[in-house]
Ligand binder design. Structure first.
Ligand code: ATR
Length: 274
């Protein structure tokens, strides 16, 4: 689109930020919908977030995404928070409003929208096993419980992290060693650990006890089909890869900043995969 001098502005704040796929993603949508806007990487050093957020307001930005290492501090600096951001304890989507910045967390939305799109699955009344208890796990647990899951069972190598998340969210926890038998009766298995990612160790997991009707999903998307998803697909379970979560979590920000509800489709996946 020819420059008009009136572009709506947004971006992604992180350090480092060069690896972020968000500019590709939002850039694809801006082009597709013919929107006069720009979405740029904003490299903000640790310790400079407060100044950067004041800068967003001063420069007339509509808002920004926030990524590592600023998501938790962003929560503290926002003027208002959505209930999801507050519960998850991190803000990844900032919306500049007339009287301050609204902080949202769209990871839980992206997680559920991906399962809905990929498997027609929703958490209402379901039993869910969540592997891992890091930052990504918090959004998954919150969204499952918020969506009406009947049971969320957490398991993590470091038991104390699973126990404290279980207590905070009103979920249950079981020992990491019990993860194989914990599959019994589950409707959903989610990997939120970094295991199975390129360059990381394998996720050792037996799916023998998992019902054939269960859905298996992995937040890892490099590779797109992790060993967990391959093994689940081989035994007939429906699987949903993690790239869709990244794509869907971008929707609320784009809609708020640029005024269009964007679609996640194959063209977007290809654009982001580069
Ligand atoms: P994120 O914010 O992406 O969730 P994180 O907070 O570093 O990242 O969490 C990484 C998750 O992967 C944790 O659940 C971690 O388990 P610990 O809490 O025990 O560290 C899990 N993880 C990483 N390497 C692991 C390994 N070798 N075996 C088991 N779990 C592992």
């Amino acid at each position: 689109m020819r420059p008009t001098g009136k572009a709506k502005l947004a971006g992604v704040i992180g350090w480092p930020v060069g690896h972020s796929r968000s500019p590709l993603l939002h850039g694809h949508w801006l082009e597709r919908y013919g929107i006069d806007g720009a979405y740029v990487p904003l490299a903000v050093e640790p310790g400079c977030l407060e100044a950067a957020l004041q800068g967003l307001i001063a420069l007339g930005f509509r808002g920004a995404n926030v990524t590592i290492p600023h998501k938790e501090e962003a929560l503290r600096l926002c003027h208002r928070l959505t209930p999801g951001a507050e519960a998850i304890g991190a803000a990844n989507t900032l919306i500049v409003e007339a009287d301050g910045i609204l902080g949202d967390n769209s990871d839980g939305f992206g997680f559920l929208a991906n399962l809905e799109e990929g498997a027609g699955w929703n958490p209402e009344g379901k039993r869910c096993l969540v592997l891992g208890a890091g930052g990504a796990s918090r959004a998954v647990i919150w969204s499952l419980l918020d969506g009406g899951a009947a049971e969320v069972l957490l398991t993590n190598r470091t038991a104390s992290r699973a126990d404290s998340l279980a207590e905070q969210f009103g979920a249950a926890a079981c020992p990491w060693e019990a993860r194989h038998s914990a599959m019994d009766g589950m409707d959903l298995v989610v990997n939120t650990t970094s295991l199975g990612m390129q360059g990381q160790g394998p996720l050792e997991l037996s799916l023998d006890a998992l019902p054939a009707t269960a859905v298996v999903t992995d937040l890892v998307y490099t590779p797109l089909e992790t060993e967990l998803l391959r093994a689940a697909r081989a035994r007939g379970n429906r699987t949903v890869d993690g790239l869709g979560m990244l794509l869907h979590q971008a929707r609320p920000g784009f809609a708020a900043w640029f005024g269009v509800e964007p679609l996640v489709d194959e063209a977007l996946r290809q654009a982001v995969l580069g």
